[in-house]
Design a protein around this ligand. Structure first.
Ligand code: ADP
Ligand code: SF4
Ligand code: MG
Length: 337
């Protein structure tokens, strides 16, 4: 782990056992698993945002939750500022959580409806023993509400979540995290349930967490456009694996993996003078993956597949500084824009 890294994830796996019918229990077939996250490694430097982009079911939520040990990883290592998070006991994990926080997709479901906004924040302050007096708690709550744009703070602090708009509720979700001044925040589709009109405001707030407080963000989304807006680097996920990772503008301007290229060609290009080749994806994303892979995961859908792709699984290879691609044909001209 280098000094500037806030998060390092090594060979993270999360396999869920699949419930079997009686017939299978009686037979001698071995247990099967959904390989939701299947050997993912990456790191996040301090004060930088990394986006994870992929279709529904590719393992984004599981990975985000596994990083914070909200689900227990099957195997792999997670380091936050050098601390091995995977080896912490319950008590140690509680104090580590102050540094590693999560913003959820559904701001309504994640806020206690029976507490006012200031009670919700006060509970966080008390759990983590952040203040030594009630006056200090009050001033932290007021400052944080103002920081997330819920001003006047006295007014918003008295409200119950039900009386807030979706955008305001998500700002409370951000406030609850920001008040802890964490090092790392995992945000799982934080704007997908919000009105289009308030999304940009919440994205701006996430950017301010990086720029004003130096907080690193793991931003999980199925939407490439918002990832481009707030992320310094982007990882493209497919069936539990990272298939391409690199600086945001490189991923956009020079995507190499056929899956990334197909995703990007499906996103409206903001600059109409940029000509983008449209690349269709063949076939469909399998909902779950229980069998071991003896081919590239994208093989059934790939227009560029060749014989080798059906026999082996490619691993991530650095094709240029800080740009990694898992595709046997990554170095061929035909796959490079
Ligand atoms: N608790 C669970 N038990 C069994 N399978 C699960 C569980 N959670 C997720 N999965 C499966 O893991 C895969 C990845 O899911 P998820 O992480 O939710 O993906 P995403 O967030 O990218 O949509 C899916 O096939 C999903 O059905
Ligand atoms: S390894 Fe082969 S099948 Fe997989 S993405 Fe590359 S060309 Fe397509
Ligand atoms: Mg998800």
């Amino acid at each position: 782990m280098t000094k500037s890294e806030v998060l390092r994830v090594e060979n993270l796996k999360k396999y869920f056992p699949v419930k079997k019918g009686l017939a299978t229990l009686i037979s001698s077939r071995k247990m099967e698993y959904v390989r939701a996250v299947d050997d993912v490694s990456f790191s996040v430097p301090g004060g930088k945002n990394l986006g994870f982009v992929g279709e529904s079911g590719c393992g984004k939520t599981t990975m985000g939750r596994a990083i914070l040990r909200l689900v227990e990883p099957t195997s792999g290592k997670i380091y936050c500022e050098g601390t091995d998070v995977t080896s912490l006991n319950k008590k140690q994990l509680k104090s580590q959580r102050r540094k590693m926080q999560m913003i959820f997709q559904d701001p309504h479901g994640s806020l206690n409806p029976r507490r006012t906004v200031s009670e919700i924040l006060r509970q966080t302050v008390r759990i983590h023993e952040l203040a030594s007096s009630k006056a200090e708690e009050d001033s932290m709550i007021k400052d944080t509400l103002e920081e997330v744009g819920l001003a006047p703070a006295e007014e918003f602090g008295k409200r119950y979540p039900i009386l807030l708009s979706g955008g305001q509720r998500q700002r409370v979700g951000v406030a609850r995290v920001l008040i802890l001044r964490p090092k790392l925040v995992v945000a799982d589709e934080p704007i997908s349930m919000l009105d289009v009109s308030v999304r940009i405001g919440v994205l701006e707030l996430l950017l301010r967490m990086r720029d004003e407080f130096g907080i690193s963000l793991v931003y999980i989304t199925h939407d490439l456009a918002t990832a481009r807006y707030i992320c310094d680097r982007i990882a493209i996920m497919y069936l539990g694996k990272v298939v391409e990772i690199g600086p945001t503008e490189v991923i956009y301007s020079k995507p190499i993996h056929p899956y990334t290229r197909a995703l990007i060609s499906a996103v409206p290009v903001p600059d109409p003078t940029v000509k983008m080749e449209e690349i269709p994806i063949k076939g469909y994303v399998p909902v779950s993956v229980t069998d071991a892979f003896s081919s590239c995961r994208f093989y059934p859908r790939c227009l560029y597949a060749e014989e080798k792709c059906g026999k082996e699984e490619p691993s991530l290879v650095e094709v240029e500084p800080d740009h990694y691609v898992a595709c046997f044909r990554a170095k061929e001209r035909s796959l490079r824009a």
